[in-house]
Ligand binder design. Structure first.
Ligand code: NDP
Length: 508
């Protein structure tokens, strides 16, 4: 039971096979959807529903936005930074306490192997703590003028934020948005993806338990296009949208939100180059390159899906990729032994399989995987083999488009210039990796790559303190790092005359 006596989960055990989350979290209360309803959340490892969750309609979003506005103009807006920080720390401690359960919920909702969810979710409290520490450190600056005028800037929160999150990493995406938004002093309406509504509702329980004022964080699962998501985007009461997902969706959101001239942060896709120079420690490089090709069953924007390999070690790398692909244990996400779970949805499975077919048709050489897994024990789930294509050309669609499946494309290159040219020959620019023992080459190459994050002799090293975000079609603004606060703040310049004298423009 929650602090105010209402239930989120109606039972700790499934009822009629399902976990039930029948209410939305709006204005600090658990409420029945007004014009939404209930949706089933599918367990992608079985293809069967595992939970029933509330979703909100337009009226529910209206209620949530009104609650967020009232909190912004009320107690939250007036709360000193150090008090907001204390609340965020309390929340972070609760998050840490419940991280193991949250990881299970996330894995059930989106099929991510529990061993991965646990590591990811198990670190989020650090991020919330880190952003808590920024709550009272948003000073402005004084502007040197003459004696008669004093001018200074203040950093002020933007207001009500609509946070729209994807299904691949619902809790991480929420964390990356809520941390800076709350630290800046904004209030939030969080809309998770329709495929993965449950973990965000669990998150709401923790905000309630931490004692956040009503309306500071509201959680309204719902449909994106033509539903809660679109209503948030077009809502005149929402000052900013922060969105993670597909580029095509971002473009639609931008158009739909343009009438209200709200602000946007976009964290979009990637087709990251992972460059393996011949002088690298190949064993370590292969650990990173294979790990990052198949993590999250390939469903992450940061993965090194284009593996650029210097020609002299290309055959060896290809052989190792195929050998290691065969070692990946694909299975039920909750099984401790499982390395890789299923794709998150039937739609995503179909998309991956169609790209595998495309790779074959385009003439790439399939050296591992390539099929759906439908063996006993995994029947009905959206499982696919870890897949490797060799001899991929950078103009093939499997090298240009985001597949979001466990499909690595190996591309040979000769020398530094070609590596950089191939790395940058993409519409994306989110992340990149490179492996070399030559410190000069590391710096030279990293500096020439057009991407928001470049990893050298490591990969997918993510921290709350390191800015994350994309160049080119991979997004706008940054999440994580001190830079993540900027998109949630506005600047007010205050100019004060110390004399109070103002000339009469019409005196002569
Ligand atoms: P989307 O970009 O469509 O969905 C992401 C979020 O946006 C969801 O909450 C979704 O709601 C919502 N949404 C969708 N359309 C709108 C809209 N018009 N207005 C407001 N909100 C909207 O991703 P998909 O789930 O359709 O996945 C498709 C592809 O996107 C994947 O195959 C992958 O390539 C890419 N992707 C990239 C991610 C990344 O981290 N860069 C994350 C997820 C997907 P709803 O769930 O109801 O559609």
């Amino acid at each position: 039971m929650t602090a105010n006596g209402s239930f989120v989960r109606q039972s700790a055990e499934p009822v009629d096979r399902f976990m039930r989350y029948e209410k939305l979290f709006i204005g600090g209360e658990w409420v029945v959807p007004e014009d939404g309803g209930l949706l089933e959340s599918i367990d992608p490892s079985t293809g069967q529903p595992w939970a029933v969750a509330a979703y909100g309609g337009k009226k529910d979003i209206d209620r949530a936005v009104a609650a967020a506005r009232a909190a912004f103009e009320g107690s939250w807006g007036r709360m000193p930074g150090h008090e907001r920080a204390a609340l965020m720390r309390r929340f972070a401690d609760l998050y840490q306490k419940h991280a193991a359960e949250l990881a299970v919920v996330e894995s059930r909702d989106n099929g991510r192997a529990l061993r991965e969810s646990r590591v990811d979710v198990g670190g989020h409290h650090n991020s919330y703590h880190w952003f808590a520490s920024l709550c009272d450190k948003q000073g402005g600056r004084t502007i040197p003028l003459d004696d008669g005028v004093h001018a200074f800037t203040s950093r002020v929160p933007l207001g009500v934020v609509g946070a729209i999150t994807p299904w691949n990493v619902p809790l991480m995406a929420a964390c990356w948005k809520l941390g800076p938004a709350l630290a800046a002093g904004c209030t939030v309406v969080l809309k998770p993806a329709e495929l993965t509504p449950v973990s965000s509702l669990e998150l709401a329980r923790l905000f309630e338990e931490a004692g956040f004022p009503a309306g500071v964080v509201n959680v309204v699962p719902g449909y994106g296009r033509d539903g809660a998501g679109d209503h948030l985007v077009t809502h005149p009461g929402v000052d900013k949208i922060t969105f993670t997902g597909e580029g095509a969706t971002a473009r639609e959101i931008l158009k739909r939100g343009s009438d209200t001239l709200k602000r946007f942060t976009f964290e979009l896709g990637g087709k990251a180059p992972h460059i393996l120079f011949a002088d690298a420690d190949l064993d370590q490089a292969l650990n990173a390159a294979t790990g990052s090709a198949w993590a999250l069953c390939g469903q992450s924007c940061a993965l090194g899906s284009r593996v650029l390999v210097e020609r002299s070690v290309y055959a060896k790398v290809a052989e190792e990729f195929a050998r290691r692909a065969a070692k990946v244990r694909v299975g039920s996400p909750l099984d401790e032994a499982t390395h890789m779970g299923p794709q998150a949805s039937q739609q995503q499975l179909d998309k991956t399989l169609s790209y595998i077919g495309l790779g074959r048709d385009e003439g790439a050489r399939l050296i591992a995987g390539g099929s759906r897994i439908d063996r006993d024990g995994l029947k009905g789930g959206y499982f696919v083999e870890p897949t490797v294509f060799a001899d991929v050309a950078n103009d093939m669609r499997i090298a240009r488009e985001e597949i979001f499946g466990p499909v690595a494309a190996l591309i040979p290159f000769d020398g530094e210039d070609e590596a950089v040219a191939l790395a940058n020959d993409t519409s994306y620019g989110l992340t990149a990796g490179l492996w070399t023992r030559d410190i000069g080459r590391a710096h030279r190459t990293a500096a020439r790559i057009r991407a928001g994050v470049v990893w050298v002799n490591t990969y997918r090293y993510l921290r709350w303190s390191i800015p994350y975000g994309g160049f080119k079609a991979s997004g706008w603004e940054r999440e994580n790092g001190i830079e993540a606060l900027d998109p949630y703040l506005d600047t007010r310049a205050t100019v004060i005359s110390t004399t109070g004298q103002f000339p009469d423009a019409y005196a002569q």
